[in-house]
Write a protein that binds this ligand. Structure first.
Ligand SMILES: C[S@@+](CC[C@H](N)C(=O)[O-])C[C@H]1O[C@@H](n2cnc3c(N)ncnc32)[C@H](O)[C@@H]1O
Length: 548
């Protein structure tokens, strides 16, 4: 037995292409797994056969399919404000069954749902668009169709954006802190009872850890002890791997769409390894980047990585790959929140980070770079160089304006004349003295759009101590409505306080999912140490994720 559990997050919609829309990928993958000769079986059935020692009854080519969170995208077609009407998981299954009658007699998706109604109502506003798209009135009909099972993904996800009234006292943003009986009953026991009452179905016997996290208490004590009364047979992490003999029933692995595959070719690699008892699966993100195939405008995370290597790396300047990748991840998060607007960078040099920011801006968004080109004898030539570099990397530089100016002589009003409005993203990377950093922050802060993000360069660089001094002076004396949330190598990312929780969660998610980056292990290990020791890295009163 070597079974991939293919998992999607239907609420994650960043476009209508395969790599940016979990629903579009699901529809395509159903056809692909079928054409590859795999049988789709309900996850609960697979787990039962596995645990009852009857795995041999399963075809050697079997997959199970799951979705996370249980939002309404699982059942009803919904009009996404940016990307149009989205076919639901349920309707995708029905479409498939109609197009390929009898091709998959066990066709089924297990939807792991956040069970608590109040938590879903709150998260609908903080994680989605606040349109009331996280209900449970469809559960009985979905279960009744036989195409969907509703499974347990905790009571409230222990989510970091839950309002104080729903707090349990456990540190949010991870499931590792659900480490005693009271918390486990709140998160798992209560959810199991609710699901069994609201939508009794085989899926209630399956649990998926929010954030994919578990801990010794849940693994070795709570789940083994409480599984029978709660009716839970297995629990799933987000560790990549096949369900196979020898893997733990309380920390079973799953393949996560986008992290483990983001194209039909990458799914084919998983299926090939599944069909071959000796076959190894190599994580998609470790594949060699192929500069020759890099597109002009990177539309998916994978294309963006190629873009960085082939197009941005050759531009002289200062940029860590990790900071650029996090910038891309955050820009996607902004898009899914509907935040748009121009981009501003103070201090562009040859346009290295500016090329990244240009690539991440939309076709109708202006990009403004400000630089004095200190020491230059021909600033017109410098401006041409920046345009050339951005155009070479991104295909054009039509929306770019490079302003030659001393930022000490600018203020928010003059900058806004160039940007034409509040900026979605601002990078402060000009003069590295205390005075200039202070002034640049003072000019740029009022220009930040609601939910905008600012990247402050070299705040922790001991060779440029004036930056730390200027930033500290600004935050302590002006007390701006800005909240730092991630310190990723050369850049400190800040936003407005009411967006802090979302972007911190996105930064954590990026760190967790980037298993192929050298920063992944040390960053996550330090976070675990901090969580277990009760230490929170905090800057100007806000939690920050430090990347190591
Ligand atoms: C560290 S470099 C910027 C690096 C760039 N962001 C990149 O991606 O490579 C700093 C830039 O700030 C500019 N600069 C320094 N003082 C400035 C000032 N007072 N006003 C505007 N630009 C300034 C310098 O000319 C230089 O190009």
């Amino acid at each position: 037995m070597k079974i991939p559990v293919l998992t999607y997050e239907p609420m994650r919609i960043d476009g209508n292409g395969y790599g940016e829309n979990d629903l579009v990928a699901l529809a395509s993958d159903l056809r692909q797994v079928t054409d590859a000769g795999f049988a789709i079986r309900p996850l609960r059935e697979v787990v039962d056969l596995w645990l009852d020692g009857r795995a041999a009854d399963l075809s050697p080519r079997t997959v199970a399919i799951a979705c996370d969170h249980g939002a309404d995208f699982d059942y009803v077609d919904l009009p996404h404000p940016r990307w149009g009407v989205q076919r639901s998981v349920f309707n995708i299954l029905r479409d498939f069954a109609a197009q390929r009658p009898g091709a998959q007699p066990g066709l089924n998706v297990t939807c792991f749902a956040v069970a608590g109604p109040q938590a879903r109502a709150a998260l609908d506003g903080t994680c989605m668009l606040g349109k009331g798209w996280w209900r449970d009135d469809w559960w009985p009909a979905a279960v009744g169709s036989g195409l969907i099972h509703i499974a347990n993904q905790s009571w409230d996800h222990n989510h970091e954006t839950l309002p104080p009234g729903l707090a349990t006292g456990a540190r949010p943003g991870t499931f590792r802190t659900i480490d005693n009986e009271r918390l486990a009953e709140h998160e798992i026991g209560q959810a199991a009872a609710y699901l069994q009452a609201k939508a009794p179905n085989p899926g209630t016997g399956l649990f998926a850890y929010p954030y994919g996290d578990t801990n010794e208490f849940l693994l070795r004590d709570y789940l083994p002890r409480r599984s029978r009364p709660l009716g839970i047979r297995a629990a799933f992490t987000t560790r990549a791997g096949f369900l196979e003999t020898g893997c733990g029933r309380w920390d079973a692995p799953r393949f996560m769409f986008r992290r483990d595959w983001s194209s039909p070719e990458e799914l084919a690699a998983i299926l090939r390894a599944a069909a071959d008892p000796e076959g190894d699966w190599v994580p998609a993100a470790r594949r060699e980047w192929n500069a020759a195939t890099a597109p002009q405008r990177p539309e998916t995370p994978d294309a963006f990585r190629k873009f960085l290597v082939s197009r941005v790396d050759p531009i002289p300047g200062w940029l860590h790959m990790e900071a650029a990748l996090l910038t891309e991840h955050l820009a996607r998060a902004q898009r899914s929140l509907g935040i748009s607007g121009p981009t501003l960078e103070i201090g562009v040099f040859k346009g290295k980070y500016l090329a990244v920011l240009y690539a991440l801006s939309e076709n109708d968004e202006r990009v403004i770079g400000v630089d004095l080109f200190v020491g230059s004898e021909d600033t017109a030539k410098d401006v041409r160089t920046v345009h050339d570099n951005v155009a070479r990397a991104c295909g054009d530089s039509r929306r770019l304006e490079v302003v030659v100016a001393d930022s000490l002589a600018l203020d928010a009003r003059t900058l806004e004349r160039h940007t034409g409005g509040r900026a979605r993203f601002i990078s402060i990377d000009g003069g590295h003295t205390r005075e200039i950093v202070f002034k640049d922050l003072e000019s740029a802060t009022p220009l930040l759009a609601r939910g905008g993000i600012m990247a402050l360069d070299d705040v922790y660089n001991f060779t440029t101590p004036g930056v730390a001094e200027g930033v500290a002076n600004f935050f302590l004396s002006r007390k701006p409505a800005l909240a730092p949330f991630a310190a990723c190598y050369n850049k400190l990312f800040v936003t407005h306080p009411d967006f802090h929780g979302r972007y911190l969660a996105e930064a954590v998610r990026f760190a967790e999912e980037s298993t192929w980056l050298a920063t992944h292990e040390p960053t996550m290990a330090r976070r675990r140490e901090n969580l277990s020791g009760g230490f929170t890295p905090t800057l100007f009163g806000h939690e920050v994720l430090p990347f190591l």
